[in-house]
Design a protein around this ligand. Structure first.
Ligand code: NAD
Ligand code: ZN
Length: 360
């Protein structure tokens, strides 16, 4: 087992990464201060891992709430089911919410924990690759609104993250690729060596080689932990983690949540960021091609859906949170491993990049 730390002063917390972590009672219990816990999971993950998780809670009063599965249920109405369960069970302020599932469950359970009685304890047990390398770390929680993704939420840090690599055995291939999108992102942001490692090891990752997965998860969590520790509430550097996301969120929103997976939209979004960086003379042809190739090798789309238009993109992108004081800030690249947050581009540059990125 590897233990990393997200360094946030007295709110610091460990990330445990390893095999067979589910079932290790003390690993979980040491992070539960009170005597009650609510497990939040969904109808796909619960049959696989709920029993094991419950077995780690012996001696505590615990309940489970099982949500419907899917991004389209990441909304206020379904969130209410978590509050219902907390209230019906008379869980008090010292209770612990345990998120058992992918990023959707993690974001919803996290926001419930942040807001129930103004905040109860939270532990993340991410079971998708995407949630293990990204969403469970860093404290962003929330739900979607019909008018925009993740528009309602809070920053709320967990007490621990337990990433059991064995849970990835049951993950569908498409979801595995979606997780790899966020892993590629860390290489593109600030580490060209890691990007090169991914070029060498993409096949091993897709074949679920445990050593390769373990290294990629560890590297990614450390990269995210470092960025979060430097800028918890995204006033600067943390915005780099949005590479590909302003484009990607527009795709997710336009297609209807759940049609394209989050990671798939981010794959296409990172290609768009690379193409635009290339068009404005920042990223050379070779690195742009390497970026598109690696995303394709990961089994991810490299173009935006053909049903999208430039107008639709621009409208949806301006709803995205990255608009600060009316200026749409994008994460672009000066090269692989050299991402920057910028509004230093012309409107026509953006239009041209979008036009080129939409599939024929
Ligand atoms: N909070 C953050 O910082 C942050 C960062 C990135 C993404 N996100 C959010 O995360 C969400 C995407 O997360 P995701 O990709 O994990 O999607 P997800 O939670 O929808 O999970 C993907 C699918 O895999 C299933 N599943 C989960 N674990 C499984 C397992 N071990 N075996 C078999 N099936 C399993 C789920 O039930 C679901 O059907 C989006 O809502 C996105 O906005 C949040
Ligand atoms: Zn993401």
């Amino acid at each position: 087992m590897i233990t990393l730390t997200v360094d946030l002063g007295e709110r610091s917390y460990p990330i445990y990464i390893g095999n067979a972590l589910l079932g290790q009672t003390e690993l979980l219990k040491q992070h539960i201060p009170g005597n009650s816990a609510l497990i939040v999971s969904n109808e796909t993950v619960a049959p696989l891992y709920l029993e094991k998780t419950q077995s780690m809670l012996s001696g505590l009063r615990h309940e489970a709430v099982i949500l419907p599965d899917g991004e389209k249920y990441k909304n206020l109405e379904v969130l209410n089911q978590i509050y219902d369960s907390l209230l019906r069970n008379h869980f008090d302020r010292n209770t612990t919410v345990i998120a058992l599932g992918g990023g959707v469950v993690g974001d919803m359970a996290g926001f419930a924990a942040a807001s129930y009685q103004r905040g109860v304890h939270l532990i993340q047990i991410p079971t998708t690759l995407l949630s293990q390398v990204d969403s469970s770390v860093g404290g962003k929680t929330g739900v979607n609104h019909a008018l925009g993704k993740n528009m309602i939420g809070a920053f709320y840090q967990p007490r621990a993250v337990i990433a059991d690599i064995d849970t990835l055995d049951t993950l569908p291939d498409r979801e595995l690729s979606a997780g790899i999108a966020e892993i590629i992102k860390y290489g593109l942001i600030n580490n060209v060596e890691f990007f090169a490692w991914l070029e060498q090891n993409m096949q091993a990752l897709r074949e679920r080689d445990k050593a390769a997965l373990s290294y990629a998860i560890e590297f990614s969590c450390q990269a995210k932990a470092d960025i979060v520790a430097a800028d918890e509430r995204e006033s600067g550097k943390r915005a780099l983690l949005n590479l590909g996301h302003t484009f990607g969120h527009a795709i997710e929103n336009a297609m209807g949540y759940g049609e394209w997976l989050h990671g798939e939209a981010i794959g296409a979004g990172m290609c768009m960021a690379a193409i635009m960086s290339n068009q404005i003379g920042w990223m050379n042809d070779k690195e742009t091609q390497r970026t598109v190739d690696l995303i394709a090798q990961a089994g991810l789309p490299t173009r935006a859906p053909g049903s999208m238009t430039t107008e639709k993109f621009l409208k949806l992108m301006s709803v995205d949170k990255k608009v600060l004081d009316g200026v749409l800030r994008l994460v672009l690249m000066k090269g692989i491993g050299q991402a920057v947050v910028t509004s230093d581009y012309q409107a026509e540059d953006l239009n041209r990049a979008i036009e080129q990125a939409i599939a024929d």
